[in-house]
Design a binder for this molecule. Sequence first.
Ligand code: CA
Length: 521
Amino acid sequence: MATAPLTLRMNERDNVAIVANDGGLAAGTALACGLVLRDRVPQGHKVALADIAAGAPVLRYGIPIGHAERDIAAGSWVHERLLKMPQARALAGLPMPGDGHTTPPAALPPLAGYTFEGYRNADGSVGTRNILAITQTVQCVAGVTDFAVKRIKAELLPRYPNVDDVVALEHGYGCGVAIDAPDAVVPIRTLRHISLNPNFGGELMVVSLGCEKLQPERLLPPGSFAIADEREAVPLDVVCLQDEGHVGFMSMVDSIVRQAEVHLQRLDARRRVTVPASELVVGVQCGGSDAFSGVTANPAVGYCTDLLVRAGASVMFSEVTEVRDGIALLTSRAATPEVAQAMVREMAWYDAYLQRGSADRSANTTPGNKQGGLSNIVEKAMGSIVKSGTAPISQVLAPGEKLQGRGLTFAATPASDFICGTLQLAAGMNLHVFTTGRGTPYGLAAVPVIKVATRTALATRWHDLMDINAGRIADGAATIEEVGWELFRCMLDVASGRRKTWAEHWKLHNALVLFNPAPVT
Ligand code: CA
């Protein structure tokens, strides 16, 4: 880490820069440009590079992240109490392809020759892990399923060494919900599509209670799934706990264990094969962001996103409230007018959803974001959007929809780490990239999560939780391109099972959390 005073400015128009030094800089410190700090400025926080008059814009990433509440002298600490947040950009009159003055970016040049070792599925998708997932229709069965899974792991899994894990898809949905409400489509299709995630090898196994609202045929209607091989005539494999054949708790557990073994046998017969990098389906998101997220980790992820798109892979970026303030940047990158309109549709839906709860996008930022130097959602959004790189946006998914086709996709989700990860799993993600500045030990049971630290201090302190240190960019020890390539190669290794992420090593994972915008009863 640099010991000389170091500040980072993102755009030549900016009238603020952030302090890079670990521990911040003391009042009286002279910067390289000659400016002397009037206040102590914590690491990641902004310093005024020029006098900013009351009401004048405070510019970062070349755009106003707010307006000065009062006169701010050059060298002052520009904290969030000095900033008035701008209004959200209206959704009418956005730049759209075909409007006569917006040209979507050209397709990126192809990148050939990269492969990984994956599990090819009957539907053409590719898994990065070989996992038996047990789908549940309702939370009521979670305890029994969990008991059975512990037995499966202890007694069966050692006999099937090619199977990586057994995962119970536990969730809070299924009963006590307004299942016919229009928005119930979101949690239901999310659960359906998660059970079809490529890492589960097309093996569908469901545990049901019996009396719940979300009946197995409603969760997975005939025709909504393809069974892994020629066994098309085989009905959905359901263990129903209320079946009269079950006498006592242990007979339920025995049924689950017995059925699981049928699927384990088939999964165990699978082998990894060499597939092109275009079979990667990567979900990117950030959590516990700080002012370095938009300077180090997210730009490196953005560079890697471009590499993936060039290699023909699928990349999803998400988190509606974190892109809302940059919507004009995104509609102008849409490949077609239809894609731009779909993006506006998702933003409008989310604006209305927040309004129903008397909230707006400013509800996004956390105390930790602010402590880390992010004053408001506009500043956070500018740093978040860079994860999407520079490719044209070719597709938009509503929450819980399944991805079709390749390239760069905006998958609309809340920014909540668990809900975003859950919805990206439903979309068909087989690898997850997660950037963090404040630090979170986030992980998912179904898909490897590569965690990228924004600062060297975090990567050093959490040396056995962070997989990549993008803080080297702020230290001057690596470039954005170098870290982007490092991440790309790390992805191929992790996808191939040659390398485990730290979250996998420690078996850390968070709960699936369904997005349920519909009422509960
Ligand atoms: Ca997030």
